[in-house]
Design a protein around this ligand. Structure first.
Ligand code: AMP
Length: 210
């Protein structure tokens, strides 16, 4: 299965990617997570990406396409992959086709804007390992610390209110048109995100027939 997860920030793409990944034993490639790891490691990529991410803007297409291409060339992608947060522009979707990267299905995870804003503002991320939580819907059992590694949980800078507004605008303008792009290829399945993660997971598995 070579799958794209499409949806607004905070739709639950990362959470669903994890379940699908475990169920099918394929890797997840999250451009957002890769860029945040580069920022944590203070690499040249991280330095370039930070100013865009902090403002809720998109990192330039060439940069993101290059990191995805490199990642997809690794052996663990041979049996399939999930692209989470990529493509985010029509130019990135075209780059996938131009580079001969195969996509079987596009899962569009749809959630209303007001729900997104509530979700993003309650989201927390481990400073050390990048695991994600939500203060109401998916809290860490250790409170302010990560269940997995004990690291400190922080609010992503781009989950602050003004940046959230920017990200939603960018999503509607740049990313939403991608759905139509893949509809013409007959690859889109749509799932409405539910309040409970398990309910969304059931709907996702059923839509994918897994
Ligand atoms: P995410 O974790 O997917 O919400 O991504 C966080 C931020 O990383 C986005 O708001 C963008 O600034 C940047 N980013 C992630 N994926 C992409 C992409 N495919 N193209 C451009 N920027 C991206």
């Amino acid at each position: 299965m070579r799958l794209i997860l499409l949806g607004p920030p905070g739709a639950g793409k990362g959470t669903q990617a994890k379940s699908i990944s475990e169920k099918l034993d394929i890797c997840t490639i999250s451009t957002g997570a890769m860029l945040r790891a580069a920022i944590r490691d203070n690499t040249p990529l991280g330095k370039e990406a930070q100013e865009y991410i902090d403002k809720g803007k998109l990192v330039p297409d060439e940069t993101v396409v290059a990191i995805v291409k490199e990642r997809l060339s690794l052996p663990d992608c041979e049996k399939g992959y999930i692209l989470d947060g990529f493509p985010r522009t029509i130019a990135q979707a075209e780059a996938i086709d131009k580079n001969g990267i195969k996509i079987d299905k596009v899962l569009s995870l749809e959630v209303d804007d007001d729900v997104i804003t509530e979700r993003l503002s309650g989201r927390r991320e481990c400073k050390e390992c990048g695991a994600t939580y939500h203060i109401l819907y998916n809290p860490s059992e250790k409170g302010e610390k990560c269940d997995k590694c004990g690291g400190e949980l922080i609010c992503r800078k781009d989950d602050e209110p003004e940046t959230i507004r920017n990200r939603m605008k960018v999503y509607h303008e740049e990313t939403e048109p991608i759905k139509a792009y893949y509809e013409t290829q007959g690859k889109v399945v749509t799932v409405k995100g539910r309040d409970k993660v398990e309910d969304t997971q059931k709907a996702v598995f059923s839509a994918l027939g897994i």
